[in-house]
Design a protein. Structure first.
Length: 85
């Protein structure tokens, strides 16, 4: 059973890095895809953040474990991010 992380000790350094890389990818995607001038070049602009997130997910053992990743991202994005500080 996987639990929602509530303390810094519940999250590994690699998991934290994967969650942060995923957030950077989502923010980059939002920025690129909402700008009509950049949207046609989305593949070019997003290839680096996608590769970074993919590497980080593999390193953390989160590939295919979207539920765990999204819980980590949620904890990181919570007010103050205290769950993963």
């Amino acid at each position: 059973m996987t639990t929602t992380p509530t303390h810094a000790t519940d999250v590994t350094e690699h998991e934290r890095a994967a969650a942060q890389a995923y957030i950077r990818l989502m923010e980059a995607a939002r920025a690129v895809l909402t700008d009509p001038a950049l949207a046609p070049m989305a593949g070019v602009y997003l290839s680096s953040p996608m590769a970074e997130a993919d590497r980080a997910l593999r390193r953390a053992g989160l590939t295919g474990n979207e539920a765990r990743l999204l819980r980590l991202v949620s904890a990181l994005r919570s007010p103050g991010g205290t769950a993963m500080a």
